[in-house]
Ligand binder design. Structure first.
Ligand SMILES: Cc1cc2nc3c(=O)[nH]c(=O)nc-3n(C[C@H](O)[C@H](O)[C@H](O)COP(=O)(O)OP(=O)(O)OC[C@H]3O[C@@H](n4cnc5c(N)ncnc54)[C@H](O)[C@@H]3O)c2cc1C
Ligand code: FES
Length: 275
């Protein structure tokens, strides 16, 4: 079920120069939201910018959903200037969710930039469901120390935390795919049942690299595509998929189009035709 209505901003907190949190009062969405799902926000009275924008649900509790948003264009700039008591039109929860494993084994969560919110939500949900903290390895990659957010909250959960920044100003210097690749290499000669499950969200080049590193592993990627309409009618968010759900779905071109807003945003890494 999905809900659409004006919601009130209960709180806005700036975490960095560019990143801020919006807490929206929306009990209907908060009570059913699952990690990996997102909402669409639409600004009232904003002329040309009629189209909604998608944001992952970072937290959902006590009737409030929290979104962590990076200012990068017209709508996110506008959202950053809203305040407590202002309204935004909110639709959700949308999209599929991360699957929670039925038996515990090592779980790698790999976040790039603002790909972190849905994985933080997943991490808290895994712990709530009884997954031992030592099984969870949270890999977080950021551009620089000034881009960091939520890292203290993640560390406080007691999970293994691996941080990289592109410029080395915090954590290890380099891309987060490097330490992931090193950990994955430890499992190359093990049976598939012993191997960790990987969940990731971040920029497309990072996800493509993760799909390559984690080939042969159970690996899920949450895609952040442009979403012109957000409700499945324009095909603007489509990606090429093969072997979706292990069925022969490709057409004569060898692939099928899947809409990230409807069939996603979470896919198995092996079903995406990476280009
Ligand atoms: C399922 C999903 C979940 C998302 N969750 C979050 C989140 O939790 N926090 C967050 O800050 N952002 C998230 N995004 C990205 C967010 O939707 C865009 O940053 C936002 O739409 C930009 O709107 P704008 O009008 O400010 O910028 P625009 O002017 O529309 O775009 C500014 C720049 O960002 C790029 N861009 C815009 N939308 C996307 C997109 N969907 N994917 C990749 N690049 C984009 C544009 O190409 C352009 O270079 C998510 C996207 C998706 C599809
Ligand atoms: S955004 Fe239009 S179909 Fe997905």
């Amino acid at each position: 079920m999905k809900f659409s209505r004006f919601t009130t901003i209960e709180e806005k907190v700036h975490l960095t120069d560019k990143i801020f949190v919006l807490r929206l009062s929306c009990p209907e969405i908060a009570s059913i939201a699952k990690p990996g799902q997102f909402v669409q926000l639409r600004l009232a009275n904003y002329g040309a910018y009629l189209w909604p924008r998608p944001f992952s649900i970072h937290q959902a509790k006590d009737g409030i959903i929290s979104l962590t948003i990076k200012r990068c264009g017209a709508i996110t700039n506008r959202l950053s200037r809203l305040d407590k008591g202002d309204n935004v039109y909110t639709t959700g929860p949308l999209g599929n969710r991360f699957n929670i494993p039925s038996q515990w084994k090592p779980i790698y969560l790999v976040a790039g930039g603002v790909g972190l919110p849905p994985l933080h939500f997943l991490c808290e949900t895994l712990l709530k469901n009884g997954c031992p903290a030592e099984y969870i390895h949270f890999f977080s990659g950021a551009g620089c120390a000034d881009d960091l957010f939520a890292d203290e909250e993640i560390k406080s959960l007691g999970v293994n935390y691996i941080l990289t920044t592109d410029d080395g100003s915090a954590g290890v210097k380099g891309f987060i795919t490097k330490p992931l690749e090193e950990k994955i290499a430890e499992f190359i000669n093990t049976d598939i049942s012993q191997r960790p499950i990987i969940y990731s969200c971040g920029p497309m080049p990072m996800l493509k690299k993760i799909a390559e590193i984690c080939s042969g592993f159970e690996c899920y990627v949450s895609l952040e595509q442009l979403m012109p309409c957000g409700w499945g009618v324009c095909n603007g968010c489509a990606v090429k998929v093969v072997n979706r759900n292990n069925s022969a779905v490709e057409d004569e071109r060898g692939f099928r189009l899947a809409r990230v807003c409807k069939e996603g945003p979470m896919f198995e890494a092996s079903e995406i035709l990476w280009e």
